[in-house]
Ligand binder design. Structure first.
Ligand code: ZN
Length: 260
């Protein structure tokens, strides 16, 4: 049997939650055969640290940089210019996470600002020829409308919409990443999406340190828990875990490379 390779398309491993056991956490991921990790960074400082760290093994660790929807109201024009420069750094593989969060943001003016920054960052990703990673919460229709209009190449992280909507995203060529929520008892949507989606558009993620999968729900999450998610995907789709992992690994390679 060939060895299974897993990957984590969404990991905040530069977060302070890992400062006490960073190396051990990486070692556990390695031991679990989680061979590729996309490091999501939410500030300039974090991005710089991730770029420095990823030099250790650029095949294994890649970096995404983005202005998170909840942060848009504090972004100055100078911040934007710095971000534009960082985003163009060859060590930054993807733009993200970017998008809309109407769950936490109720103010219509700030929601509108979120849409503005979402569009700006999609356009930047397109200009740089890089894929983008989308955060969307309670905003699936606006997210869809913007992605449909502006295109580019991207994925929906921690997708929580319906399977019908997932089909529409896939029709436009966007990928769907599922994580710990898939293993939760009340995760009806995620399970339906996982069962229904074209397998060539399915990706795995932890969103660590949040969203730890069952049976570790409520604990700090980390990349080494990816096998729990892939196992659940395999169960939902009624295929072997080996097969599921292989498909997802292939999808990730295609997602990163088809746009270069
Ligand atoms: Zn995230």
């Amino acid at each position: 049997m060939s060895e299974i390779h897993y990957f984590d398309s969404h990991a905040h491993i530069m977060a302070e939650e890992y400062k006490d056991d960073f190396e051990e956490m990486l070692k556990r991921a390695e031991d679990a055969h989680v061979d590729r990790i996309m490091i999501i960074t939410l500030s300039h400082e974090e991005t710089m640290r991730a770029i420095e760290f990823a030099k250790r093994d650029p095949e294994r660790y890649q970096v995404a940089a983005g202005i998170f929807p909840e942060d848009v109201k504090d972004v100055t024009e100078e911040d934007w210019q710095i971000f534009e420069k960082t985003a163009a750094d060859p060590a930054v593989t993807c733009i993200g996470e970017i998008g809309l969060d109407y769950y936490w943001e109720k103010d219509p003016q700030i929601r509108s600002l979120q849409r503005e920054f979402f569009v700006r960052q999609i356009e930047l990703a397109k200009a740089l020829h890089k894929p983008y990673l989308v955060h969307s919460r309670d905003a699936v229709q606006d997210t869809f409308d913007i992605m449909k209009e502006h295109g580019g190449h991207g994925l929906l992280h921690c997708y929580s919409g319906t399977k019908e909507m997932a089909r529409e995203f896939v029709k436009l060529g966007f990928y769907i990443a599922l994580g710990g929520a898939l293993t939760f008892k009340n995760a009806r949507h995620a399970v339906e999406v996982c069962a229904d989606i074209d397998e060539n558009y399915l990706l795995s993620e932890t969103d660590c340190p949040y969203m730890a999968p069952v049976p570790l729900r409520g604990k700090r999450n980390e990349p080494s828990y990816i096998p729990y998610i892939v196992r659940k995907m395999a169960e939902v789709r009624n295929v072997s875990e080996e097969y599921m992992a292989e498909v997802i690994d292939r999808n990730w390679t295609r997602f990163l490379e088809e746009y270069r």
